[in-house]
Design a binder for this molecule. Sequence first.
Ligand code: SF4
Length: 364
Amino acid sequence: MPFNHVSIGNNGDYQICCIHPVPDEHKKNINQTGVDDWVQNPYLKQVRSAFERDEQHPGCQRCWQQEASGTQSIRQVQTKEYKIIGAKPAQSRILHIEVAVGNLCNLSCVMCSEYNSSAILAENRQLGIAVFDQREFTWSESAFENLQQILDYRPRVIHLRGGEPLYNKRILELLDNFPAEHARNTLLHLTTNATTWTPQWQQVLSKFKSVRMMLSVDAVDELSEYIRYPGKFAQVEHNIKQIIKCDNVKPMIHATVQNLNIMHIGQVIQWAKRMNIYLMLDLLVQPEYLEITNLPPVLKQQAIEHLDSVLTQDLDSHTQSEISAYKTALETAVFDQPRWQRFVDNVSRRDAVRKNSHKDFLKY
Ligand code: SF4
């Protein structure tokens, strides 16, 4: 990946990949630094040279550890999926980019952070708990010019994240300007909350060879609107029905499994089935107070019973093994009162601002 890939985090910092940040002394930011300067970065050169010598660079430990334990690393997934990584150093050119274009987002999902959502940051300011300033995530004109320069290398895979990419007009403009003759050979990967879908987006996306849309939906109806506040589920469902009509779009539902939806996960499984879209369940890891195991005994028992009933349904192998793993995690979890209190405190202060209540979904 260090030879063919460019990764940019939400604050505009160049990264080796999305899980390999650059140490402070070598950090470069897209607001000030173009990609031609970035590829001369001593740290990037150090990582490349470790690969050339067949050595395991310490910053790549997560991949090496995953591979040693028999799980697929990001490196292996990319190699298999896009068949472009692992080219010889002499063939170094930008083939694959993953860019988080700031944190601009129209939603403030309960599990999200200031890093990924401008709406959460604004709400945190209102609550007096903001850690960042919105200016730390706002892209300057030079940043967009530098991103244009990266796109001018005509990468074969473009992965755009936000924030919410479909809510960002500048991303729409950049993709609109991407030449159709190159788009025909380019795979575009978008992660979206599906609250925004317009004829312009449909037209711009139609010129790409293929568009992988990861559609973030963790629940249906009111619970979806609670978790992905202030999104409207009917709008999301309507948009997804339009999106999947596009011939070149390969959709996937991505659900973040947490204590708020574990007791209702069967509904999202059924909904994805009705929509005929593959569902990927992904266990939440942060914030820790939203983990599925953070439930008092009565609710934990209800969740186990719900998972038991889900397991009697006709499930694909991924869903079956995820649900079984969640059930085991709940059965072995020990109730942690201070952690539960952190959940109650954190969601209650957001409820007060949003004028809704988590108690509509967790009866305790
Ligand atoms: S839609 Fe995505 S980026 Fe926006 S708040 Fe929700 S999780 Fe965060």
